[in-house]
Design a protein around this ligand. Structure first.
Ligand code: ADP
Ligand code: MG
Length: 640
């Protein structure tokens, strides 16, 4: 069947959710909380809200809120549903993600990230805008979904106590491990029959050194041997890796085009990609042309891409993990669990029989964990603790579905105490803590912004925090590495990467031909655009919090002092043998090659993040004077 010829409405009606709608609505009507399990692509996310609206279950004015762990999913699904309803996004159907609110007073179906709904609960603990809350992708167990499981249950109970309109809760998941959910909510589960075609699995014969390279080689073998209407989906880990793979794949595709191969169109898919580009990957490819989508984990269960017959699973995912010794969250490329590997495999069999190529051996697969560890048990909890306190809940007694380790909770509370956000036992928010909770940032970065007032550099702090909230603004074209390096050195500051970022942003803001200028200087135009938007949002929050506007101009030492106020735990010290160790835990670390401080050896540096690739690399550095620590009453332990 021609992919384009099936009309939107016909397609909707063929989905399992639509076919089972009578029974489903009955169950939803009957239970205040219901767990819904269904294969990816069965229509849970897009159809259930559309069925609820005319059914009366959502009342006549209340909103149906559907949470997603990732912004890319919230945006693309909202657009799809608006299209199905024949309305403009932002009217009846809208979305709300961090730094972007596309809703209006007419909005009744609202897709939002789980983090945004936690934010809403902070100012409205009974979630009074909603008649139905749908916690989607619950199997992913993101920190914010786990927080919401408790927060929404609490809102349900509060409404009951206050005799208000009841809040309906639907928990949706793609996997079959439902016991936890049904026990926690004491709610029944319904299973949607999935439609799944057989998928033939191929494993690598031996472990691959470079999984991204092997994945591309495999993609082009598939391209050579299969009809052009069979699209390919590759799972990679993040923006940098995907962008690099896109460049290589496009080059190869162009060469092959001349050799009689069918045309191949390559699409990236990851959260930081601008909306219109994300949506490109979902468009059906025209007859005779093949689509190759290089995606992060988002395509595992959150979004469905049509036409896929071949899945290439690299077996890895980028996950946020709490580093046991440094106490920091690190983004690390990790092996997926078996459950995730099966989900990825399933993506090849949505519309017809398919094939899945695993870039790892059968033995590697056998060694994988059954299920991923919930994020709440592996991340730092300072931000979560602050959010819960703002809702009026003490994290030390909060009824999590899976309790985070006690040490992690203690560390979080201590961190907030040190930042001046809480005091007492049980912990209470201070005035500063209340202000901090207004910012959708890690508390340490919010502290940088708040502290920048006394260092007279709010403007600069907003800029740097905005830039740190997004993906890198520097491009790294493999073929032009030297030129990029030269271009970058024009902005480089001996004070470190934060002041370098500031230099980039200041120059960018003054440019008229921004796009051309960015291209010439090897800068990411869209990441700078994104940072500009984020900065505007942060500036608006700063204004609401009555923070005094000031700029330190060329006196950027002030900015580094403000950074130190929030990131005082992120210090590393030069040793006699010219290596670095972290001040807090004496962990051996090295300066990341991308840093402007890579070839200098300042005695004391502040870092933004740790990247663990074999050894620990520090990224986003600033030079710090040890005298500043004394001013703050901080002491660094001398080690030998
Ligand atoms: P589930 O939540 O159960 O995984 P969805 O509601 O996300 O399922 O998707 C149902 C179907 O709708 C998919 O199989 C796909 O055919 C279609 N669909 C969803 N999103 C899009 C989109 N952005 N573009 C095109 N088709 C889509
Ligand atoms: Mg879904």
């Amino acid at each position: 069947v021609d992919k384009g010829s099936i009309s939107l409405q016909q397609q909707r009606k063929s989905l399992p959710v639509y076919r089972l709608r009578k029974r489903l609505l009955e169950e939803i009507r009957r239970n205040s909380t219901l767990v819904i399990i269904g294969e990816t692509g069965s229509g849970k996310t897009t159809q259930i809200p559309q069925l609820l609206l005319p059914s009366g279950i959502a009342g006549t004015s209340g909103c149906i809120g559907i949470t997603q762990p990732r912004r890319v999913a919230a945006v693309s699904v909202a657009r799809r549903v608006a299209q199905e309803q024949g309305v403009e996004t932002g009217k009846l159907v809208g979305y709300c993600v961090r730094f972007e609110d596309v809703t209006s007073s007419q909005t009744r179906i609202k897709y939002l990230t789980d983090g945004m709904m936690v934010r809403e609960a902070m100012t409205d603990e009974i979630l009074s805008d909603y008649s139905v809350v749908i916690l989607d992708e619950a199997h992913e167990r993101s920190v914010q979904t786990d927080v919401l499981l408790g927060v929404v249950r609490r809102a349900q109970n509060l409404r009951k106590l206050k005799n208000l309109l009841p809040l309906k809760l639907l928990v949706m998941s793609a996997t079959m491990d439902v016991d936890k959910f049904t026990k926690y909510f004491q709610a029944p589960a319904v299973y949607l029959e999935g439609r799944q075609h057989p998928v033939k699995i191929y494993h690598a014969v031996k472990t691959q050194e470079d999984y991204a390279f092997s994945a591309l080689v495999t993609a082009f073998q598939i391209h050579r041997d299969n009809p052009a209407n069979e699209d390919i989906l590759v799972f990679l880990t993040g923006q940098e890796e995907i962008e690099a793979a896109v460049v290589s794949a496009r080059q190869v595709a162009k060469q092959l085009d001349g050799q009689g191969y069918p045309p191949l169109k390559v699409f990236p898919l990851y959260s930081a990609l601008p909306t219109h580009q994300q949506l490109e990957a979902f468009k059906p490819s025209p007859p005779g042309m093949r689509k190759l989508v290089l995606s992060t984990n988002v395509a595992e269960t959150s979004v469905t891409i049509g036409g896929i017959r071949h899945v290439i699973d690299t077996g890895v995912v980028k996950a946020r993990t709490h580093h046991p010794t440094t106490g920091l969250d690190v983004l690390r490329v990790e092996k997926v669990s078996k459950a995730q590997a099966w989900q990825r495999t399933g993506r090849a069999g949505r519309e017809a029989a398919g094939k899945c190529y695993r870039i790892y051996t059968k033995e590697d697969f056998e060694r994988m964990m059954e299920m991923p560890v919930p994020e709440i048990q592996r991340c730092s909890l300072a931000g979560v603790a602050l959010q819960l306190l703002a809702i009026g809940v003490d994290i030390t007694t909060f009824d999590f579905m899976d309790k985070p380790p006690k040490e992690a909770v203690d560390v979080a509370v201590t961190c907030l105490e040190k930042l001046g956000a809480v005091k007492g036992s049980p912990p209470q928010l201070t005035t500063l803590g209340r202000t901090m909770s207004l910012f959708p940032l890690d508390p340490r970065f919010t502290k940088v912004i708040l502290a920048s007032v006394e260092h007279h550099c709010l403007e600069e702090a907003l800029t740097v925090v905005a830039l740190l909230s997004g993906e890198s603004v520097f491009t790294d074209p493999p073929a032009k590495r030297q030129q990029a390096y030269v271009a970058r050195s024009r902005f480089a500051s001996p004070e470190g990467d934060h002041v370098t970022l500031l230099n980039v942003f200041r120059a960018y803001t003054n440019m008229k031909q921004k796009k051309v200028w960015c291209h010439e200087n090897f800068l990411h135009h869209r990441n700078l655009e994104y940072a500009t938007e984020v900065r505007q949002q942060l500036a608006a929050l700063a204004e609401r919090a009555n923070l005094e506007k000031a700029s330190c101009g060329t006196n950027t030492e002030q900015l580094r002092k403000a950074l130190l106020e929030g990131l005082y735990d992120n210090l590393a010290e030069l040793q006699r043998d010219q290596t670095y160790v972290t001040v807090s835990s004496k962990q051996p670390v090295a300066i990341h090659p991308s840093s402007t401080l890579h070839s200098s050896k300042p005695p004391l540096i502040l870092f933004t993040e740790v990247v663990a690739t074999g050894r620990c690399y520090l990224r986003g550095l600033s030079v710090i004077e040890s005298s500043w620590l004394n001013e703050k009453g901080l002491n660094i332990g001398k080690c030998d």
